[in-house]
Design a protein around this ligand. Structure first.
Ligand SMILES: [Zn+2]
Length: 275
């Protein structure tokens, strides 16, 4: 059967004029997001009423979700509200809201950290047209920063290669991942990262989907790659352990919210191992 990717419902536009509707507010403070939960226990953005005390705060219009305008708001202080890293909400936030919450954190961070030109030190001004901060003197635009990275499931018939990073809890294995270097194609990154991290060579790369990963600003590009040659040799400083696992004998793997899990589930489905 065909595996269905958890396609987010992108019912919002990237620009446009905010309507006079109430709106959805994603309130940020530093790298943290204001915590707010619906009756179902899932994270939700707050309402206009709930941000009425922040009317002087800087906000960034992000587009519409359905017919509701969405805003990122930078709270100058936490006040009596609870804030937490967005990671804390994984598993209890839907895909679309996760992406919008990540976007709001990244926009607030970009705005906060690009007040001055990196070349001449002059104050920048905001260019509303294309969401950039501009140095009029140098004529440089500073855009929100994104770091493309690859994430790849290496497979060999009914086996998959999974690795445990030093930072993972004992027993948890995942796919391989790494950042794209300047001047490198995405395909080159996949081959290089796999060879660097576990010493094997891969081919037959298949792009399977992407996930914004705002910790702090990655865009994960997900691949399946077929094993070609080599024995596993772990990169000492990064990988604690890497092994081939039979599709029917997987170890602990990341939760359903992560693209690493989608990549594994999709491969299992292709091989007829899951429902
Ligand atoms: Zn400048």
């Amino acid at each position: 059967m065909t595996y269905r990717w958890p396609e987010p419902d992108f019912g919002f536009l990237a620009g446009g004029i905010p309507s006079d509707r109430d709106g959805l507010y994603f309130v940020c403070h530093g790298n943290d997001l204001r915590q707010s939960f619906g009756d179902d226990g899932n994270w939700r953005p707050v309402t206009k009423e709930e941000v009425s005390h922040l009317e002087d705060a800087r906000s960034h219009f992000m587009g519409h979700l359905g017919n509701q305008p969405c805003y990122a708001v930078e709270a100058p202080e936490k006040g009596e509200h609870e804030f937490a890293n967005l990671r804390m909400n994984l598993g209890r936030i839907n895909n679309t809201l996760f992406n919008l919450a990540g976007r709001s954190l990244q926009l607030c961070d970009w705005f906060r950290t690009h007040r001055y030109c990196g070349k001449c030190g002059s104050p920048t001004t905001e260019n509303e047209g294309d969401r950039s901060m501009v140095c009029e003197r140098c004529r440089i635009n500073f855009y929100p920063r994104l770091s493309p990275s690859i994430i790849v499931l290496v497979h060999r018939e009914d086996e998959v290669l999974l690795a445990r990073n030093h930072m993972f809890p004992e027993g948890l294995f995942s796919t391989l991942a790494g950042f794209v270097e300047p001047g490198e194609s995405i395909e080159e990154t996949v081959r290089r990262e796999v060879e660097e991290e576990v010493g094997v060579r891969v081919g037959n790369l298949r792009y399977r989907g992407s996930q914004p990963w705002p910790f702090p600003n990655s865009l994960m590009l997900g691949f399946h790659a077929e094993y070609e040659s080599g024995a596993i040799v772990c990169q000492q400083d990064e990988i604690a352990e890497a092994k081939w696992f039979g599709c029917a004998e997987l170890p602990n793997i990341p939760g359903k919210f992560a693209i690493s899990r989608w990549l594994i589930d999709a491969y299992l489905a292709e091989r007829g191992f899951n429902d």
